[in-house]
Design a protein around this ligand. Structure first.
Ligand code: THU
Length: 127
């Protein structure tokens, strides 16, 4: 199995999905091949919930990673779960037009470019 999907699968089990019961795992591969993982962490005030993708990217940045190659996202859905709008913005800003690997627990997966999922993004180039 792709080690990036495997890392996201394993990290998904750490999700704190107390309210939605919807567990998500993410894994980001940096330019050195190092893998950084994240899971969703929910909060009783709901709005403070953070998605798996953002946890993974922010962890990676805090550990000194700068550039990224791929992001894997795993959830237990028949139709592969894509990143939410907020995560697309964060992924675009910090990872650029990277490969996004969507996968589920049945071994189904699909690879897309972030630019396909998030066309005409607003970013620092406009400022
Ligand atoms: N969630 C993620 O972590 N990533 C996604 O790509 C979609 C949604 C989380 C947020 C919340 O904890 C739960 O899934 C239900 O929306």
């Amino acid at each position: 199995m792709d080690p990036l999907i495997d890392a996201a699968l394993r990290t998904r089990l750490n999700a704190r999905a107390t309210f939605s019961k919807f567990q998500v795992g993410a894994a980001v591969e940096d330019e050195n091949g190092r893998i950084h993982t994240g899971c969703n962490v929910e909060n009783a005030t709901y709005g403070l919930t953070i998605c798996a993708e953002r946890v993974a990217v922010f962890k990676a940045i805090s550990e000194g990673a700068g550039k990224f190659r791929r992001v894997a996202i795993v959830a237990d859905t028949e139709t592969l779960t894509p990143p939410c709008g907020a995560c697309r913005q964060i992924l675009w800003e910090f990872c650029g037009d990277v490969e996004i690997v969507l996968a589920n627990l049945q071994g189904k997966s699909e690879t897309l470019q972030l630019g396909q999922l998030f066309p005409r993004a607003f970013d620092a180039s406009f400022l």
